[in-house]
Design a protein around this ligand. Sequence first.
Ligand code: GN1
Ligand code: MG
Length: 407
Amino acid sequence: MLAKYGHPITREMPGKDSKDLFWRNSCGFGQFSYIWSARSISPGPKNMDELMQIADRFAIPEPVVRIAPLGSGLVNDTFRMETSGEGPDYVLQRINHRVFRDVDLLQQNIERITSHIRGKLIEEGEKEPDRKVVRLIPVRDGALYLKEGENYWRVMVLVPRSRTHESIDDPRLAYDTGVAFGHFQSMLSDLPEGALGATIPNFHNIEFRLETFKETIDRDPKGRLAEVRWLVDELLVRGKSMCRAEELHRQGVLPKRVSHCDTKINNVLFDEEDRPLCVIDLDTTMPGFVISDFGDFIRTAGNTGAEDDLDLDRVGVDMAIFRAFSQGYIAATADFLTPIEKELLPFGAKLLTYMQTVRFLTDYLDGDNYYKIAYPTHNRQRSLAQFRLLQRIEEREQEMADFIASL
Ligand code: GN1
Ligand code: MG
């Protein structure tokens, strides 16, 4: 199946050093060629030798023979490092330190999360823990990351014989992924309070996102407000109702638990039989609402179109994926999910789609400082496609609620 994310657009932005060929290529993920992101931390390494030198600083037992771009993340820069011999390959990442401002806290969180999960897996009798949980490879001096000039780097084992999906249309995969994310939350549910810091404060706090949105609307720094005013109004009108989870939390009704906070379908690794192996991209795993994790999965895997689809008519909700994911997730979280959390799951799908629309549109109005973009109006297109998805979810809200209530 064709990757749902991305389409062949490689137009170049003014202002980017066109001689910087390696950098441009190194940002080309799949069909995408991300060419510009102001908060991206360029200039990065300009050639393979520089990357090889970075790789060499890490405690990788085998020699690295090849480094190539990997994945479709919108924030960090990710590479696959192939090694010679029998050992596994590795993932090298340049951490976007403008987004993750406390890299020390970020890496300590990940070490905490992965060692906790590894302990649980071993307790459960897991024979191949390295295929089920991310493992950080330290720098040769033992540190969890490398600071080189302005840049921060880290290395992880690339889970052997694994693959990702940018989209799915098989409900069986959705069910299994629901179990995987539920199991992930469940394994972390006994971490002591305060064990994890907030790597991005207020990350999934819609009240905070709306404040930033309104402040950006008032500034309108790029003069883009007029062309998207109708969408801004559509979003503002929904603002109060979207703050329901935060309100319920203040009333002591809705708890915060350790959540992944980036449960895109492409953050799960699958094995050769397409069974989920491992949840990856742990940068934002921190206390949050579990309905966020449920919602972000539906926003990505439950979308019949792409996150940034050019054809808005392709965007819609795949109810078979919704149902299967709900069944898997609810089965795996039965030991901790409260009735109010369960009831709010469809709201989570709406909230995360709304939040993503607000975040993309804020970035567009602000002049594209956060997400990598592949063409000048990319963030606008993303917000249009996410808004269309929001409307489709709203139409199905009752049906979703009835289904969840039946489980
Ligand atoms: C970013 O970089 P990536 O694809 O893992 C973002 C998520 C958004 C997502 C939208 C730290 O994730 O919150 O949902 O883009 N991560 C951060 O596709 O902002
Ligand atoms: Mg991510």
